[in-house]
Design a protein around this ligand. Structure first.
Ligand SMILES: [Zn+2]
Length: 146
């Protein structure tokens, strides 16, 4: 993957997984977050992987997360989709931000207010029983209104 080659962090991850990880104190600061997961990172088939997931370079994170959100799935489903193929540091929170701020998802998430239905005043008490959530249809049985 060409983009992995251009990414300096991924190149370091490749180097460390092919040789050996330096002591934690010797690591460049930008690689420190990878230290606890160093044994999950490998280089195979010309790709840097975290377990069986491709490590996505910085320049592809944004387009990759948009791709993961294809179909406007919710956060959990998007994370599941990512878990089967791709990984980068902070993926989980980036997906969460993307879904929370996706204009289409936001629009569909907000509760639309129902327009207020004005009802005529009944002539007798208990002629009509209703809640503010729905209107109960009148039942006619044996000539009586139920
Ligand atoms: Zn969306």
């Amino acid at each position: 993957m060409d983009n992995q080659v251009k990414d300096s962090i991924i190149q370091k991850l490749k180097e460390y997984s092919l040789n050996d990880w330096p002591d934690r104190s010797q690591l460049p600061i930008e690689l420190l977050p990878y230290y606890p997961i160093r044994y999950e990172i490998s280089f195979a088939e010309n790709l840097v992987l975290k377990n069986n997931r491709i490590v996505i370079p910085e320049n592809l994170k944004s387009s990759c997360s948009n791709f993961i959100h294809t179909g406007h799935l919710a956060i959990v489903k998007c994370r599941d989709r990512a878990k089967s193929s791709v990984w980068w540091l902070g993926l989980s929170s980036q997906i969460e931000n993307l879904v929370r701020n996706c204009p289409l998802c936001v629009e569909n998430r907000t509760n639309r207010k129902e327009t207020f239905l004005k009802d005529e005043i009944t002539t007798r008490p208990w002629l009509k029983i209703a809640l503010d959530l729905f209107k109960l249809e009148k039942w006619y049985k044996n000539g009586m209104v139920w």
